[in-house]
Ligand binder design. Structure first.
Ligand SMILES: [Zn+2]
Length: 351
């Protein structure tokens, strides 16, 4: 009897191993393309210094959200440069039309200042003047009003999915909030640190290069989100000045995903929503989210010796190095570990 049982167990194992699929799905990665860490940058205000800041980022592969005041006269000079920035993988975010700002930021002030023209009007200005499909990011002028739920609701109602704050500038609260992950409330979102000289009503700046770089190193080692902000008018320019020297330290690293803030927050929701179901040898991937807003890709990990084919087209292998996009289809392999990055809408096969 025992021998019969052993035989049947053996037979079951034999059948099971024959039936083992050649490709096995093991899960979604935390960051796109199984990156080790994320770098995101934001810059504030419409000034003539914006192009110099974006030029410096482009020399080091940093991707940023560029927050502008769309009713400023200086915008006439900036729009052409911003259109190029969108093509280069940056994001244009709204910093309102006219930068309303007042201390203390009472409920009464915020209720009056946060008009439809400031919130939805600035969004429409960006959509009209750039090829960006959506305006994901808002930034509170002077950090005012970020804490009020009724204001956050107005921002969300205009289609923004993240709103960056600037906390307690008068007491240097804005310098190193040290948030190295997603904000619990995306409409009152902090960041890792400021990278700029003294400006505004702040007692000091945060421009000591060794300290700036050490903070990045700490966040990078933790595999987290290094999220830094600057005002281009409070920077020094030139390859050896603190801003570009910091960009050089953090830029062009293999295993780092460089992405603007809005697409990063969109990625969080897209990744969570993405479904993958195996149907025989195929995998169907889908998301219920609006692809105009959630237009990025998600990375699915497999064990396979075969290569991926997505919606009938072989997926290209990505060369190692910094990842500077949030869309597209590509794969990367280490032995049998395979990371397939695709828009979550279609059919994935392995051949
Ligand atoms: Zn501002």
């Amino acid at each position: 009897m025992l021998r019969v049982l052993q035989k049947s167990v053996g037979l079951i194992f034999a059948i099971a191993s024959c039936a083992l699929p050649q490709t096995r799905y093991t899960g979604k990665t935390q960051w796109l393309d199984n990156a080790k860490a994320v770098v995101t940058h934001t810059i504030d205000d419409t000034t003539k210094f914006v192009p110099a800041s974006v030029d410096a980022m482009d020399r080091h592969g940093i991707k940023a959200t560029i927050y502008v005041n769309t009713a400023s006269k200086t915008m006439d000079e900036l729009w052409p440069r911003l259109r190029k920035a969108v093509a280069d993988g940056h994001e244009i975010g709204s910093h309102s039309r006219t930068h309303p700002c007042k201390w203390p930021d009472t409920e009464e002030f915020c209720g009056g200042a946060y008009t439809d023209a400031e919130i939805a009007g600035s969004r429409d200005d960006i959509l009209k003047n750039t090829p960006q499909p959506h305006v994901w990011s808002w930034c509170y002028p002077c950090g005012n009003c970020a804490r009020y739920p009724f204001i956050q609701k107005r921002i969300a109602a205009a289609g923004y999915i993240v709103a960056r704050n600037y906390q307690d500038e008068a007491r240097n609260g804005h310098l190193i909030p040290n948030l190295n992950t997603f904000a619990a409330n995306a409409f009152d979102a902090a960041y890792t640190q400021v990278v700029q000289k003294k400006g505004g009503i702040a007692p000091t700046g945060n421009d000591d290069l060794p300290k700036l770089n050490a903070k990045f190193d700490e966040v990078y080692s933790a595999g987290a989100i290094y999220n830094f902000m600057s005002h281009p008018q409070w920077l020094d320019y030139g390859p050896d000045a603190f801003y570009e020297a910091h960009l050089r330290h953090i830029g062009e690293r293999g295993g780092v995903w460089y992405v603007p803030l809005g697409p990063l927050y969109a990625y969080r929701e897209l990744r969570e929503s993405a479904q993958i179901n195996s149907k025989g040898k195929r995998f169907e991937v889908s998301t219920p989210l609006d692809r105009k807003i959630y237009n990025g890709s998600v990375t699915f990990e497999f064990r396979s010796k075969q290569n991926p084919v997505f919606n009938g087209t072989p997926v290209a292998e990505r060369k190692p190095g910094a990842l500077q996009q949030w869309t597209g289809a590509f794969y990367r392999r280490e032995g049998e570990r395979l990371w397939v990055t695709i828009p979550p809408t279609g059919t994935l096969e392995f051949r």
